[in-house]
Design a binder for this molecule. Structure first.
Ligand code: AMP
Ligand code: GLY
Length: 435
């Protein structure tokens, strides 16, 4: 089937662990002849031709893709999606996987997202939105605690604060709205109720009203074990989540993903790409939306794609043609656990250029997705970013996958290396409780 796609040229835009996982999955497709990546990283360069074009150079990427007769461009990160890279590429006649600027606003503006969910009755935390500091201050003074404060725009995963006291909430509002800690992203804020429960990430392919859900994953956002310390971009993920029944996933599809896809069509913002729902599953088993992203999750992608049996290229191509309805996703039974290895100082100022050893030995039994590495001419690997590597163990069940991932992590060394020891531990604890 789809014989006409054999030898397709695919360009992935981005440079992190998510893009390495996308490149890896596309390289495994019998229908793909060549994978390129702009700008990529040193690990991605082992699989794909890396092109030195910045993700915000939309015209440069468009010209390059047209010159190279790229068959499909796949966008990784949020910033270019929110900035309209898809609109620019399409105007050049290119085929793209990713939502246009209007649809990407579901991630780019939390105020837009909350209004949409409220209008269409999609479950999420109760909220109010403000662009006036004094009104916001008066509102939080009466709000129950804890209270959640979110900058409207993109803030590299750092625009959310859960305030435990009214003083802290007032201080955060001052920083975000008056002192412009997140620049223009904080000129509007969303203030919402704190939801109890356990988090789940659902990546869903969306093509207008047609949706196909991936197997669920769970991220670990705080830097230290036991969910302590400041939030990061994500310190590890695993999939599947044995503590949740399939009826919860079915509820996510029925009450959240399908209605959201329909709502976007009704609003004239038809979404075509990957819709990523960050969910809270309440103690009663009811899913509620924490946030939507208009792209693959990082590091969710690193543990979800290795479990996907269906050819990723076939799915991306179908979405780009408006034919997702022809595809059913199939999954391997095995589990995947991704442990992120981060640089000294992360999530603050990080040290770069530290020599990394042990990668060859580590890679024997795991998938290694590079997020921030560079390579000297003599082959020496060095750190080049906050999140450095995603180490993915695959096993018959979560515990086996976890053991494999940590065995490999322990072979890797560099100065100040940080990682969490408890990635996927939540599943074990909850499974025991439910017995
Ligand atoms: P976000 O960037 O919106 O995903 O938020 C970052 C993290 O803050 C989430 O992963 C949750 O752990 C937490 N969070 C955000 N909103 C809420 C909420 N309304 N209730 C409880 N936790 C939340
Ligand atoms: N893992 C969370 C994110 O990609 O935003």
């Amino acid at each position: 089937m789809y014989m006409e796609h054999i030898g397709k040229k695919v360009l992935v835009v981005g440079s992190g662990g998510r893009e390495h996982a996308l490149v890896w999955a596309l390289c495994n497709s019998p229908q793909v002849g060549q994978v390129l990546c702009a700008p990529g990283n040193a690990g991605i360069a082992e699989l794909a031709e890396c092109v030195p074009l910045a993700v915000n150079d939309y015209e440069g990427i468009a010209k390059y893709a047209a010159e190279q007769a790229i068959d499909l461009v796949v966008i990784g990160p949020d910033d270019p999606l929110a900035g309209g890279i898809v609109d620019v590429l399409k105007a050049h006649g290119l085929r793209v996987f990713g939502p246009d600027r209007k649809a990407a606003e579901i991630e780019g503006s939390k105020v837009f997202m909350k209004h949409l969910l409220c209008k269409y009755g999609i479950p999420t935390a109760a909220y109010a939105a403000f662009d006036d500091f004094n009104e916001a201050l008066a509102y939080i003074e009466k709000h129950t605690l804890p209270v959640v404060i979110k900058a409207d725009g993109l803030a590299a995963g750092k625009g959310v604060v859960i305030a435990q006291t009214h003083e802290e909430a007032a201080h955060v509002l001052q920083e975000v709205m008056v002192d412009s800690k997140f620049g223009a992203s904080g000129s509007k804020v969303v203030i919402e109720e704190f939801m109890q429960g356990e988090e789940m990430s659902i990546l869903a392919f969306v093509d207008g009203e047609t949706v196909r859900l991936c197997e669920p994953a769970q991220d670990h956002k705080p830097i230290f074990d036991g969910d302590c310390g400041p939030n990061t971009g994500g310190m590890g993920t695993y999939s599947p989540l044995p503590q949740f029944s399939s009826s919860v996933i079915e509820k996510v599809r029925r009450t959240i993903i399908e209605p959201t896809a329909k709502a976007m069509v009704s609003e004239g913002r038809s979404f075509h790409g990957l819709l990523f729902a960050g969910l809270m599953i309440t103690p009663e088993g009811e899913p509620k939306v924490i946030e939507f992203n208009a792209r693959f999750g990082d590091p969710e992608t690193q543990s979800v794609l290795p479990r996907m049996k269906t050819d990723l290229f076939e799915v991306l191509w179908a979405v780009s043609e408006g034919k997702l309805h022809d595809i059913e996703l199939e999954w391997h039974d095995h589990a995947a656990v991704c442990v992120i290895v981060a640089a000294a100082g992360y999530p603050g100022e990080v040290s770069k250029g530290d020599v990394i050893t042990g990668l060859d030995a580590a890679s024997v039994n795991v998938l290694l997705f590079h997020a921030g590495t560079s390579r000297d001419e003599d082959g020496t690997w060095r750190t080049a970013g906050g999140r450095v590597l995603g180490v993915v163990g695959i096993g018959d069940h979560v515990a086996a996958a976890k053991a494999k991932a940590y065995e490999a992590v322990r072979l890797i060394q560099f100065n100040g290396m940080q990682y969490r020891n408890d990635i996927s531990a939540k599943s074990e604890r909850l499974v025991e409780h439910s017995k």
